[in-house]
Structures are given as structure tokens and as C-alpha cells.
Design a binder for this molecule. Structure first.
Ligand SMILES: C[S@@+](CC[C@H](N)C(=O)[O-])C[C@H]1O[C@@H](n2cnc3c(N)ncnc32)[C@H](O)[C@@H]1O
Length: 281
């Protein structure tokens, strides 16, 4: 038996142990990522795991254990993983009904007005809010929009304010003409609108989020869809802490809230759903 084995192994080519064979237990990374960002992958793991393996090898890690150690100790690796795995899909005038509602209310809004966009991704949503207010005659000198996002590359793109036609596909030509300068295939947003929005790289769950001050309006659209129910409660808990008072209006994406989070009260007016803090009784 032994001699057979010896013969057999001698005739075999040398074994190249593929170091990628060690990539078992991706849940180590998923759990770490969910704790950090709130994002759950659920059924998407089969698409995401090959990306994780490529990412690990690109960072000279050949097991998920090595990768988790690097993620814990190296903020830049953490940041690149966040930039890789967050979905930043957005465009100008997305879910425009809420923006039109804002425009109709603009005459009655208090001044100065502070608006939070959490998350603002690459800027299309906070800039849309600024455009809508400008169009409805609200003085831009009286508005401050803070836009936060955990993805540092999206935040950088937002600050640059340069877009492709894909981001602008819902904008009427007169809005494009008024607020953008065409540069080849790109559209550069003018300084009037750019000056209204302040972009920060920030994780909604981290302490610096609470240092942003308080807001009269809070837009949190199409982020909570990536969270489970408990994490939605936790995220809304953070948003509630930065509401100025019980007049603060909260707007969510149409698929964001499977149930009304605790401490919020839903309102339905002119076909638009919005929320305020639940009043103490
Ligand atoms: C699909 S985009 C939505 C952008 C925009 N609000 C819209 O509705 O078009 C979701 C964004 O949420 C951000 N995000 C996910 N988790 C986050 C967190 N914990 N803190 C801050 N931003 C987060 C992602 O980076 C991504 O840019």
C-alpha cells in the first residue's frame, strides 16, 4: 500500500496549494461589515463573496482571518471595503413627489433652514433639494444642507459636482441649462447650488454623526432598505437625536420602512408620506 502510494505520488505533478482554498467562512467578514455599517447581505452573498476574495488577495490577505485582522487594524483597508460594498445608486429628482411637496411648503418654512441628507451618496439628492428650493424662490442664503455618506469616494464625487447624463435623466432641459455647465460628456454643477451643500464622510452609527447639530428636515432615502428591522430602529434612533423639535419633517424612501419606527408619527398629505417625532402625551 505504502509503495503504491509512493509510486502514485511520485508520478503526480507537484501540488500547488492554491492559497484561495483557505477562503472559508466569509461570514466573519459579513458580520464585521454589518456591525460597522448596518448593511445586511442576505441572499446577495453568492455575488459578494468572490468580490471579497479578490479584495482580500488585493490586500495581501490569503484567509478571511487575515483579512479581518487587517480590517480591524487598518482604517484605509476598512474604508476601501466600504467603498467597494456600498451601493451608491442615485440620480437627480429621484422620488420627486417629496421634493415637489417641499417646494409647495417652501413659503411657510422657517428661516434659516437646516436640512440633513443621510445618506447623500454622490450628491444628486442634496443638490436636487437645493435646486427645488432655488426654483421655488426660497433664499439660498437661508439654507444649509448637510449631506453625509459612509462611502468616501461617493462623498468626493459629490464635492466635485460633475455628473454624466445618466444622473441627470430626470431633469428637465431648462433646469440643466440653468444650473449646469456642459463639459464634453459631463455636466458640471454651478457654484450657486454647490455652495448650499456641505458634504461629510460619516457613518450614521458613529459618534461624530451626533455632532452635526440639529435639523428642520431630515431626508433618509434608500439606505434603510439594506438594514434589518433592528438596525432600521437603531438608524432612525440616530436620526431622531438630530431633529430640532417635533416640527422636524422626516422623509424616507418608499421602500425604506416596513413598519413605522418607534417614536415617529406618520402623516399623509397631498399624496406624500412624511414623519415627525411622536408628541409626548
Ligand atoms: C442607494 S444610496 C441612496 C442615495 C440617495 N439617498 C438616494 O435615495 O438616491 C445608499 C447610500 O447609503 C450609504 N450608507 C450605507 N450605510 C451607511 C451608513 N451606515 N452611514 C452612512 N451612509 C451609509 C451608502 O454608502 C450609499 O451611498
Amino acid at each position: 500500500m505504502f509503495s503504491w502510494f509512493k509510486r502514485k505520488t511520485q508520478s503526480l505533478p507537484p501540488i500547488h496549494v492554491s492559497r484561495s482554498d483557505d477562503f472559508t467562512n466569509p461570514s466573519l467578514i459579513y458580520d464585521f461589515f454589518t456591525d460597522l455599517t448596518g448593511i445586511h447581505f442576505d441572499q446577495k452573498e453568492s455575488i459578494t463573496t468572490p468580490k471579497l476574495i479578490r479584495f482580500a488577495k488585493g490586500n495581501e490577505c490569503y484567509t478571511f482571518l487575515e483579512l479581518i485582522e487587517k480590517l480591524r487594524s487598518d482604517v484605509r483597508v476598512r474604508e476601501s471595503l466600504i467603498n467597494l460594498l456600498t451601493v451608491n445608486e442615485t440620480y437627480f429628482f429621484r422620488e420627486k413627489g417629496q421634493l415637489d411637496f417641499l417646494a409647495r411648503r417652501s413659503q411657510t418654512l422657517s428661516k434659516p433652514l437646516r436640512i440633513l441628507c443621510a445618506p447623500g451618496a454622490s450628491g444628486e439628492e442634496p443638490y436636487s433639494i437645493a435646486i427645488i428650493l432655488a426654483q421655488s424662490g426660497f433664499p439660498l442664503s437661508e439654507v444649509e444642507i448637510i449631506s453625509i455618506d459612509i462611502n468616501t469616494e461617493a462623498t468626493q464625487r459629490a464635492r466635485e459636482g460633475v455628473y454624466t447624463s445618466r444622473s441627470l435623466h430626470r431633469l428637465p432641459p431648462e433646469i440643466i441649462e440653468r444650473y449646469f455647465v456642459v463639459e464634453g460628456d459631463f455636466y458640471r454643477l454651478g457654484s450657486t447650488i454647490k455652495g448650499v451643500v456641505d458634504f461629510r464622510s460619516c457613518n450614521i452609527f458613529e459618534a461624530d454623526f451626533l455632532g452635526l447639530g440639529v435639523f428642520d428636515m431630515i431626508f433618509s432615502r434608500n439606505m434603510l432598505i439594506y438594514f434589518d428591522l433592528l438596525t432600521i430602529e437603531k438608524a432612525v434612533g440616530q436620526l431622531k437625536k438630530v431633529a430640532r423639535n417635533d416640527q422636524t419633517l422626516f422623509f424616507f424612501g418608499h421602500a425604506d420602512l416596513p413598519v413605522v419606527p418607534s417614536g415617529l408619527e406618520g402623516h399623509f398629505e397631498e399624496g406624500i408620506k412624511y414623519y415627525t417625532l411622536k408628541k409626548e402625551r
